[in-house]
Design a protein around this ligand. Structure first.
Ligand code: FES
Length: 277
């Protein structure tokens, strides 16, 4: 194997200890058996090796290559493409602040800046205690709860700089922290094992898994003929606001059914006749 950048031979990756390798091989075979073609198992296998060390190491990539009869170059190409695979030692909790357009204007940029200062780390850096890795993330399709923060891929909706700082303080203190929707958080390694396709066997986890939040269901409710807006979801720590009384509803331009030419005979569709035609 040659390190192309240096033109120097690269040492082979060290192997796992025998007991670790035997355990991972058994898990890997279970994953591979789910697919008609073994190489389809690469993504969950990368999560599996990430559950061992908290990031994807050269040893992990060599393991995946061995199990799937791929080259390490093929494995590396995939592992470096997806941001869910970490390439360096990182924290127990991956705290991602969405800074895409909607979250950014709703406060995501401010949250990210304040967390950087509060934690004393920059983007993709880890706190000295090894608990938190901070990063800014792209849209996670939860714009109706903007601004959102994700911890180990679980959602924390409608955040503020204050609620986000309390969130990371709670994580560093080691207490149990629950996302807005879903089961209490587990560590990054535990999350990686679940993402590899192994069941989450924590007691009560199924009951805690929530469905879609009210903001996501407004369109469905309108389609069913309901007109009352969904209950307003407030940032953590703020008192919820009761549903408005009938007659006082104000649907935003996003929520209200808009007139179309079919439902608005005063404005029919079709080409506008030129004067004199
Ligand atoms: S812009 Fe943040 S979740 Fe979509």
């Amino acid at each position: 194997m040659t390190d192309v950048s240096l033109g120097m031979p690269q040492l082979p990756a060290p192997d796992y200890p025998a007991d670790v390798r035997a355990r991972l091989e058994a898990d890997a075979k279970e994953i591979i058996a789910r697919y008609p073609g073994s190489r389809s198992a690469l993504l969950p296998l990368l999560h599996l090796v990430q559950s061992q060390e908290g990031h994807v190491t050269r040893t992990g990539m060599q393991f995946c290559a061995d199990m799937l009869d791929l080259t390490t170059a093929e494995v590396t190409a995939v592992a470096t493409f997806y941001t869910m695979y970490r390439r360096k030692p990182s924290g127990e909790y991956q705290v991602g602040v969405c800074t895409n357009t909607l979250c950014a204007v709703m406060g995501g940029d401010a949250i990210f800046e304040e967390l950087k200062e509060h934690l004393g780390v920059g983007n993709n850096e880890t706190t000295e205690d090894g608990r938190i890795t901070l990063e800014h993330i792209e849209c996670n399709a939860a714009c109706d709860f903007a601004p959102v923060v994700m911890v180990n891929w679980e959602f924390f909706d409608n955040q503020t700089p204050e609620s986000a700082k309390k969130l990371v303080d709670d994580l560093r203190a080691g207490g149990q922290v629950s996302p807005t929707r879903g089961a209490p958080l587990c560590t990054y390694k535990e999350t990686a094992r679940i993402l590899a396709g192994f069941p989450d066997e924590r007691p009560g986890v199924v009951e805690a898994s929530g469905g879609a939040g009210p903001a996501s269901l407004i369109g469905l409710r309108l389609a069913k003929g309901e007109t009352a807006p969904a209950r307003v979801v407030h940032p953590r720590g703020e008192a919820p606001q009761d549903r408005p009384q009938p007659g006082s509803e104000h649907l935003s331009s996003h929520d209200a059914p808009q007139k179309t030419s079919a439902s608005d005979p005063e404005n029919p569709a079709g080409p506008v006749a030129e004067e004199g035609e």
